[in-house]
Design a protein. Sequence first.
Length: 113
Amino acid sequence: MHEYSIVRSLLARVTAAAQAHGATAVRRVQLRVGELAGIDPGLLASAFEVCRNETVCAGAVLDVETVAIQWACRGCGRGIAAGDVLRCPECGVPARLVGGDEIELEGVELEVP
Ligand SMILES: [Zn+2]
């Protein structure tokens, strides 16, 4: 499943960060997931629970912040609300997607002895 491969690569990155800082455990993993990223939050949470065992994240909490879809004008950068006509009212050029398709590691809380 998609969510499992995302969680595995996430855990690999968090483990590398924990090792780099000499951490013994990870308390919290914060993730930003866009509405268009095609992620099921429930599946992501259960994939995390399965995959975190025997990693430095075994006791970690997964925080997922959902990021709304955002559009902006290609020309002037003016924000355009999702659901509006996807064209700038000033310039008349088509909008481009500027947010809502990301899967980003936002932060990690480490336990450093
Ligand atoms: Zn514009």
